[in-house]
Design a protein around this ligand. Sequence first.
Ligand code: ZN
Length: 239
Amino acid sequence: MKTIFFYASVCITMLLCHNAAWAQRDWHNTDKDREVAADKDSITKKGYTLIWINKDPNFDMELKKRLIDTYFINYPKLAKYFNRKTTKTVTFVIDPDYEGVAATSGGVVRYNPAWFVKNPTDIDVVTHEVMHIVQGYPHRAGPGWITEGIADYVRFKYGVANEEGNWKLPDFNEKQNYDNSYRITARFFHWIVKNHDKKFVKKLDKVLRSGTYSPEFWVARTGSTVDELWEEYAGNPTI
Ligand SMILES: [Zn+2]
């Protein structure tokens, strides 16, 4: 629950990224981060580059390796399946000034090192965050719960250390709803993929990126509205 809470706060922060206050904080401009970085790197493999800017002198170098490895395992895979036009250069900033867990905007992911001190095995924060880069939805493309549900579905499917990080989809209960976001929505998507349409998430991601999403999407793909689907899911939520 704690993790869900923290991720929820990240989501809110991400939405705020679009406003002027965040723009003034130079979210995308990493020049200042670079100046004070304890450790900088640029790694390129098979056409994909990761720029590493670490502002925490105490950051664990083994963890650095694991975060970078996870980027190179998952980002090209997600780009290939969901969006080949996504940027080929991603920047990770280990930023002690950032107070959430992690947040992503414009090809830059900021991670709070304090989170990893408490949760050193939560490696697939990388998988969730880099999916946000692949998503690259235009402003107001669709509901935020779908964006976060897809990112957690992707973490569920592609995560390299979910078990080690004690991260899993929650059991269904009747208090849930599809727009609860994050893992609850991810579990619903997984059920739809299994029971209705293997390519559901791929197609949902695509209509959001093209700015053509509407509630009609659910009917067109599955024959049911999202509410009808949720009712069916609630009646037999086995995955
Ligand atoms: Zn997210």
